[in-house]
Design a protein around this ligand. Sequence first.
Ligand SMILES: C[S@@+](CC[C@H](N)C(=O)[O-])C[C@H]1O[C@@H](n2cnc3c(N)ncnc32)[C@H](O)[C@@H]1O
Length: 320
Amino acid sequence: MRGENFTIRDRFTPDAQAVVYAGSCLELLRQIPDKAIQLVVTSPPYNIGKEYEKRLDLDCYVQQQTEVIAECTRVLTDGGSICWQVGNYVEAGAIVPLDTLLYPIFRKLGLVMRNRIVWHFEHGLHCTRRFSGRYETINWYTRKTKDYVFDLDPVRVPQKYPGKKHFKGPKAGQYSCHPLGKNPGDVWDIPNVKNNHVEKTDHPCQFPVELVERLVLSMSRPGDWVLDPFLGVGTTIVAAIRHGRRGVGAEIVAEYVDLARTRIIEAAAGTLRVRPMGKPKYDPENASSRLRDPPWPHTISSPQQTDLFCLPESEASCEK
Ligand SMILES: C[S@@+](CC[C@H](N)C(=O)[O-])C[C@H]1O[C@@H](n2cnc3c(N)ncnc32)[C@H](O)[C@@H]1O
């Protein structure tokens, strides 16, 4: 597929700008030479019966993931990174955090974990027999080397108190914060892509572009290859292209392949609508939305709390 000055290839070639392979990731990975990829960012199927996956026996799922992770490790540069984003597998109401299941695979391949980033978001299924899940993890691995690529400056975030100064020692009186902002930490509060999100497509669980952008900017350099073996609607390549990297990925569902190609061409042309990195989250309190007015008389539903409010003040504040 071709945009004005941009071509998406169907198979991997080292001189391409972007590659979208319509087929299984293992077939794509076989086309990629050893140590060609700087960064792998992906969210594999969670084996929970989404429309694009068959529910497998858990051992079989782990075996399939092992093959893909081993191939991703083979194609990784010495200073490269793998970011495997996962949530929970759920069976009969019991949850299995997939990162704990996959961790030994990465370790056996000689990789070390640099961060287990908690991605917190606010929207999802409302559970009735457990607390609703509102985070997943991004598991960042590199080879055992000090020389992995990590550049904090492009992904720093504003400090709470940039005017803070050292109050003692040789730097007393000087500003103490980094002028470019602070390290974003390992808990990322980034809206997930639900119906009102500007990036929403027909895919049920696409990445927000800003989540991948943070990984691309800190773990790769312009011109590097970024790979997503489970490409979906192409978000990883979109984030790579927006920052002068090259992107490659595989997807087995034809409808998602088409959406991915269209989004990548639009990203290259600068016309794809995305939620900008660093944009503050929508705050219903400040947006004075009438939806914030409860339609029912204000009540406290927890019996313990109701009891507390019924006690005379002196007793209510006492510890038992
Ligand atoms: C969790 S989704 C990834 C969504 C993606 N992060 C995005 O932003 O659109 C996983 C995707 O992997 C695809 N998939 C499943 N098995 C695959 C395989 N063997 N090779 C390539 N893609 C596969 C599914 O069709 C699905 O779109």
